[in-house]
Design a protein around this ligand. Structure first.
Ligand SMILES: Cc1cc2nc3c(=O)[nH]c(=O)nc-3n(C[C@H](O)[C@H](O)[C@H](O)COP(=O)(O)OP(=O)(O)OC[C@H]3O[C@@H](n4cnc5c(N)ncnc54)[C@H](O)[C@@H]3O)c2cc1C
Length: 316
């Protein structure tokens, strides 16, 4: 289909982009265009003006500094996949990028656009929830930081105000004994999720979970934080998890007296499923999607624990 007519603007600086957004009526930001252009073609969006920030310099860097991974507005999925720091220290981000669409889309689609779109079917929002990311919005009055829990307001609705650009996502650097994983069920490669689960766990020296983050994809009108599931895991000692055995001497000693890890993980996964509110559609019934939320959360917890163990000195 052919989009409705619009005026196209290609600012050469962030200041120019913000000025245009402030001056023009009914303007939309465009980054990679991988969600916006389909919406225009389907006439689900009909903005009078498009402000393409693709040529704005200085927005395409990924760096780890000041205790954060900083992802600029124009960092594409491909750039994320090819980044050495991300590969070494943020495997949950790689899990997420690799299951989005196909390489052609990923060459243009940006992480910030994925989040700014506010689509609960998009994959990065759940991961950002698990990682407790902060969104940096730049508008006419400067920058403001928005915690991920205050960012998603509903279907295609976020905390971004008209005239603001999501210029950066900040992700806290992982602690030594931490690990995360994103798992997605899709009907075929490149499809949006039937369901997805992101889990990020931080453990102390003893193998006790000090912080748990669990986000869910396409299981409600907005991306979901499974708070009750996080509470089930927080403070628990994962002694008999196979991945931790070689990593923690004291954990090994405690194996005999810990409750079954499987019981804890099952309770957390059920709590995650209970937090969902899916709709029945071509991807499945409500019951099926809830059950997949449970199954994916279980698997993501196991993988997160394994990765946390691998990040101990003993685990390498
Ligand atoms: C065939 C296909 C398959 C796909 N499959 C998946 C999938 O499996 N999983 C998945 O998560 N996504 C999928 N997508 C969607 C796509 O990956 C994301 O939505 C895309 O990454 C959005 O980023 P973008 O840079 O292209 O944003 P754009 O399309 O340019 O913009 C999307 C929206 O966000 C706003 N926006 C963009 N950037 C900013 C910014 N910096 N500040 C403020 N507002 C902004 C725009 O105004 C617009 O409303 C698919 C897309 C296609 C075409």
């Amino acid at each position: 289909m052919i989009p409705p007519p619009f005026d196209y603007h290609a600012p050469g600086s962030l200041e120019e982009a913000l000025t245009l957004l402030g001056r023009l009526d009914d303007a939309k930001v465009m980054s990679g265009g991988q969600s916006l252009l389909p919406m225009l073609k389907l006439r689900l969006a009909t903005p009078a003006n498009i402000v393409d920030i693709g040529r704005v310099p200085g927005l395409d860097s990924i760096s780890e500094e000041g205790g954060y991974l900083r992802i600029g507005a124009l960092v594409t999925e491909t750039a994320l996949e090819e980044n050495a720091t991300v590969a070494a220290r943020y495997p949950i981000l790689l899990d997420t990028a690799k299951v989005i669409a196909d390489p052609l889309v990923r060459n243009r689609a940006t992480i910030c656009g994925n989040v700014a779109h506010g689509d609960p079917a998009n994959d990065h929002p759940a991961t950002m929830i698990a990682l407790r990311a902060t969104m940096v919005a730049t508008g006419p009055d400067g920058e403001r930081s928005i915690g991920v829990d205050d960012f998603f307001h509903g279907l295609f609705m976020t905390a971004l105000q008209p005239g603001e650009i999501l210029t950066e996502i900040r992700i806290p650097s992982p602690g030594q004994h931490s690990g995360g994983a994103y798992l997605k069920l899709e009907r075929k490669v490149g499809d949006y999720a039937v369901a997805g689960a992101a889990v990020h766990l931080t453990l102390d020296e003893e193998g006790t979970v000090t912080q748990a983050g669990i986000g869910l994809t396409n299981l409600g009108m907005a991306p979901i934080r499974a708070s009750a599931a996080e509470e089930v895991l927080t403070g628990q000692h994962f002694g008999d998890h196979s991945g931790l055995r070689g990593a923690f001497r004291r954990v090994r000693e405690a194996i005999a007296r810990t409750p079954s890890d499987d019981e804890l993980i099952a309770a957390a996964s059920q709590a995650a499923a209970d937090a969902t509110d899916p709709v029945a559609d071509r991807r499945g019934s409500v019951d099926y999607k809830r059950n997949m939320a449970r199954v994916l959360t279980t698997r993501a917890i196991h993988k997160a624990l394994e990765r946390a163990a691998a990040r101990t000195p003993a685990g390498g």
